[in-house]
Structures are given as structure tokens and as C-alpha cells.
Design a protein around this ligand. Sequence first.
Ligand code: CAA
Length: 389
Amino acid sequence: ATPSIGIHDLALATSHHSLDLESLADHHGIDPAKFTVGIGQHVMSVLAADEDIVTMAADATARIIARNGTDGIRTLLFATESGIDQSKSAGVYVHSLVGLPPTVRVVELKQACYSATAALQFAVGLIARDPSQKVLVVASDVARYDLGSSGESTQGAAAAAMLVQANPALLAVENPAGVYTEDVMDFWRPNYRSTALVDGKGSIKAYLNAIGGAWQDYADQGGEPFESFASICYHQPFTKMATKAHRHLAVLNGQNPTPVEVAAYLEDTMRYNRLIGNSYTASVYVALASLLDHADDLTGARVGLASYGSGSVAEFFGGVVQPGYRDHLRREEHTAMIDTRVPLDHTAYEVLHKTTLPEDGREYRTTAERAGSFRFVGLNEHRRLYERG
Ligand code: CAA
């Protein structure tokens, strides 16, 4: 019989700094409840000058390798929408920083916040062909919007690294997957910009429409009933969005849950994201880590994953939580990582936000803030320089 295939280990990483959204609200003269209640965010992760998507990804991946070794790993799929190079995959820098052998193929995937889910499905396919192989799926992103824009409070940064293999310890991925693609301009970042452009209200509508389409395709293909999901991890650009999406799917399935019921159903999936902010490709897997780390025993339970990437592509699929999964979690590690971030005051946050790399590739050194861990050191002759602490 074909073995089950899915997520064997899941490690998160986030930034060195954080910004309390109350200080952002104060600065803009906005009622903080708009952020904490209205969008459901309390704190956001902010990268130090010597961090980027590579250093976060290396952090998360190194911890996966420290626990599992590199045996059987033949592929690293890097998912991001805040890429650092138009040609070279950020995953190749990670491959080198964490010391993977040359016999690992590396490639980067892009479709806004969705591509880590494509990577996970591609990994499952590779392992179905050869169950002795393992695949690293690494999602890493920094969400940046212009200062003073309505998106500013939904910034954040994180990486999620997953080891995908046969007979996984955490979650066995089920068939079918429901998918939905539609060409919409709800959120995008042209090559010449470091911050995204977004049609805020339009993006919420596009998300709901696409997630509904993915659910419909899932159902049409003989997916499991909506009631059979113990919980659903939604892409969380801000946690309130997950509650909107869940209500939307519930109504499509003939239910009419109250806001309190929806919030209770999703609570464990939202604990990390409301303290980290949007992490684009990583967000739905941050939600999965949050659920597994916090929920009462989920052994044997079916969990839904609802992934959305603007532009747009959505996917819905289920997974079954594996016996003994609690021995493989990283709750203390994740909690410490979030709790030990260094808070910024609003002035320091603005200075960091305005710091950009020279566009002519000239010699440049970042300020050293992350002693002892992976660092983005600067530029030399258009080359990005990293070091391993
Ligand atoms: N107390 C409590 N609640 C308050 C409040 C107060 N004082 N003031 C406002 N609110 C509520 C509002 O009623 C609203 O709630 P509902 O949506 O439930 O009605 C909520 O707070 C937000 O208020 P606004 O709609 O007025 O907020 P805004 O227009 O300034 O910004 C946003 C909201 C459009 C989401 C903006 O943050 C944004 O553009 N974010 C980036 C885009 C985004 O994340 N889109 C999500 C879907 S796209 C996607 O998922 C891909 C991705 O990752 C980007």
C-alpha cells in the first residue's frame, strides 16, 4: 500500500524586532481597538537591518536539520513573494548556510501568499514517486506596506520550514485538493517597488471568492464534509480575515455560526499570527503550528488548510493529525522566539522601514544586530553576503 505522506516536522522563525500595534495606533491618532479588535492584530514582527527572508529561512531550516539530519533530502522548495533576486533562488543561499549536500535540488516558487501550498503538494508528488526521498519546503516572507498606508498595520515577517516525507509524525496530507485560479489585481508588487500595492477592500472580496471556489472544487471532487474538520487553518493576512473566510465557507455549507462560535473554532490557529503579523507564504503554516502547539489532543483529527495568494490562486485540502504528534512539536521554541523579540519604539521602526539597500550594488554593510545567528552582512559588487553565527 502507498504510505501516508505529509509534514514530519515544522519549525518557525521570525524577526529580531517587533512593534506593538498600540504604538502604531498612537502615532496615527487611531483607536488601538481598530487594530486589536477590528483587524485582530496585536504585535508585528519587524526585521533588523541584518535580516531578510534568507536569514529567517536558514534559522527555521537549520532547526529542522539539527533534529532530523539530512539523510534522504533531495529537494528544497523555497516559497516566497518577497524575493531578493530576479534570477537566483533564495533557497540556494539557505542550502549553503545550513550545510546541505550538493545532491539537493533547489528552486524558488512564486504566486503571492499561495506558493508554499503548491510546494507542499509538489513535495507530496515527488515522495509518492520515491517514498525514500524527503523534501524541505521553506516559506519565508516579509510583508511591507508604505508608512501611513492602510496596509501598514498588517505588516509582519516569518519563515516556516517543513520536512515532508512518507509516514510523517505530524500531519498526513489527504486527497483531493480543491483549487481555484482567477486573474485579479487585488495585491501586487511591481519589480521596481519594495512595498506592495493593494486594493484593500477588493483583496478581501477576492480572497473570499477564491477560497469559496477552492472549497467548491474540493467538494466537487468528493472531499470530506465541512463538519468533519476539527479546525481549519486559513491564510491570515490579519487574523480577522480568517474569521471572515470561515464564516463564508460555513454559510456556503448551510451553517450560520455566530461571531463568538467562529472565533472559538479558530482561536488556536490565530495565536501566533496575531503576534507576528502577515508572513505571506508562511502564514497558513504558522497557523498550523499554532493549532498543533496549542489545541487539546488532536490525534486522528482532520484539519483543513485554506491557502490564498492574491492575483489569485486558492487551495483547500485536508490532513490527518498523526498519533504521537505531540512529541514532535516545538511549542517552547516558538513561544521563546516570539517572546524574546526586541520591541522597537515608533521612531526606531520608521528609521528601519526607511532603510533601503543601495540600488547601484555598491559596497554596503548592515548594522550588526543578530550576533550569534544567521546574518545578512551587506553587499559587495552586487553580491549579497551572509554569515553563519
Ligand atoms: N474598534 C473596533 N473595530 C474597528 C474600529 C474600532 N475603533 N475601527 C474600525 N474597526 C473595524 C472595522 O469595522 C473593520 O472591520 P470589518 O472588516 O469587520 O468591517 C476593521 O476594523 C478594519 O477597518 P477598515 O475596513 O476601516 O480598515 P482599513 O480600510 O483602514 O484597512 C485593510 C483594512 C483593507 C485590510 C488594510 O489593512 C489592508 O489593505 N491590508 C493589506 C491587504 C490585505 O491584507 N488584504 C487581505 C486579503 S488579500 C490576502 O490575504 C493576501 C495578502 O496576504 C496580502
